[in-house]
Design a protein around this ligand. Structure first.
Ligand SMILES: C[S@@+](CC[C@H](N)C(=O)[O-])C[C@H]1O[C@@H](n2cnc3c(N)ncnc32)[C@H](O)[C@@H]1O
Length: 220
């Protein structure tokens, strides 16, 4: 992503998030393995990602944390705006024997035509997008009619205590991971034209596994 495009896509926020992930690279994957082991994250990832079918796009693919869950016959196209993250993803795909094509791209302006993919996967990334509503609208645009968006995201807590906790840690997680832990991502998804057809709620409702379709698409 060029500096000018970065400014247009969200100014300082997007540049800061990109530099955080450029610095993390492969180390991010180790962190997500630990998080998966101490929370329901690994289980939810597996259940959601193994539903991917046909031509698959993974948005904000990171270091390839979902790769073990794809069917080995799948071909996965993955985009991320961080080259070090994408390099880690390519390495992981090769080690797992997954057919993978990685490209540098902004989730908020995907370089693909309308109705290109059967499945769009996006996990733990809406919390980092400068404009999640733009990224969701792009996911909807590139999905074929009847295609599915498979998402794993963490969201703002429902209870007052949980909300206060996530609001309190937000400045720290934004600074260290570009992660906004208190977003209303399910509502943003729906407002962007993607309708959840199945939602799994874990960790007291803070971690969501979502299967969604574009409104008005065949079979929705
Ligand atoms: C928390 S990591 C999640 C990585 C992976 N999806 C996972 O589940 O582990 C967020 C990823 O989103 C990427 N990202 C954030 N904003 C982006 C954008 N606008 N376009 C493309 N990638 C973006 C970051 O570079 C990073 O790899």
């Amino acid at each position: 992503l060029g500096a000018q495009a970065a400014r247009q896509a969200g100014g300082g926020l997007i540049e800061t998030t990109k530099s955080i992930y450029d610095a993390l690279g492969e180390r991010y994957d180790r962190w997500t393995v630990v998080l998966g082991a101490v929370t329901p994250l690994a289980r939810v990832r597996k259940r959601i990602v193994e539903q991917a079918r046909g031509e698959v796009l993974e948005v904000a693919v990171g270091a390839g944390a979902n790769f073990a869950h794809y069917d080995r016959s799948a071909h996965v196209t993955g985009v991320d705006f961080s080259e070090p993250m994408l390099a880690a993803a390519r390495k992981k795909a090769a080690s797992l024997g997954l057919s993978f094509t990685g490209a540098i791209a902004d989730a908020e302006a995907l370089p693909f035509g309308d109705a290109t993919f059967d499945t769009v996967v996006c996990t733990l990334a809406a919390c980092t997008f400068a404009h999640p509503e733009r990224a969701f609208a792009e996911m909807r645009r590139v999905l074929k009619p009847g295609g599915e968006a498979l998402l794993v995201e963490h969201v703002q807590a429902r209870g007052a205590l949980g909300r206060a906790l996530l609001d309190a840690i937000a400045p720290l997680t934004v600074r260290s991971l570009g992660c906004h832990p208190n977003r209303h991502t399910e509502q943003t998804l729906i407002a962007s034209g993607l309708s959840p057809v199945r939602v799994e709620r874990a960790l007291g409702g803070v971690l969501l596994g979502i299967v969604a379709r574009g409104e008005g698409t065949a079979g929705a």
